[in-house]
Design a binder for this molecule. Sequence first.
Ligand SMILES: Cc1cc2nc3c(=O)[nH]c(=O)nc-3n(C[C@H](O)[C@H](O)[C@H](O)COP(=O)(O)O)c2cc1C
Length: 184
Amino acid sequence: MAPIQLLLISGSTRGASTNTAALRTLAAVSPPGVATELYDGLTALPAFTPDADDDSPHPAVAGLRAAISGADAVVFCTPEYAGALPGSLKNLLDWTVGTGDLYGKSAAWINIAAPGRGAGALAELATVLRYVTVDLIESACINVPVPRDVIGADGMAHDNTIRHALTSAALTIVDHIRERSSPE
Ligand SMILES: Cc1cc2nc3c(=O)[nH]c(=O)nc-3n(C[C@H](O)[C@H](O)[C@H](O)COP(=O)(O)O)c2cc1C
């Protein structure tokens, strides 16, 4: 059986990002039969312009589209900036609208903000994901706070509660993809 491909997209460009660390941890705890790609092209994407949204896109845009196309599911994990989605992540999402790259694509989000924080970013992400009509795997969308002090030198979260929550999310995604691809 071909591995299930998960594309992991962090909304943070910070070197020591906790959001990226959560996705790196998700990759590490994903079950056998899952292949993960941690997207690293966020800062290479040009500012979205409809004028360039054509058949010969910027290489970084082409790379983004290829990565989404090859994924069975996309998992987002993003910080909140100024009560909203980071502009760079919204920019990435804007590049997918006209070409419909995310339409019908299975997707989930992981919110690692401390309790009571990050609601603005999450609400905006939910709005955009609804707009581009992803197949949102709601039961895999989790709130699991990841404080900076649980991130080890390997760039992963070392905390059993967090790792357990991420494992459950990965298993839920896998079940969803298998169900979706199994014949009626
Ligand atoms: C420019 C900027 C704006 C921020 N705005 C908010 C905010 O509106 N709400 C919030 O809860 N945190 C805010 N933060 C804090 C970040 O969300 C927080 O530090 C987060 O952990 C960063 O994610 P990262 O570790 O993945 O880079 C802001 C941080 C920066 C740098």
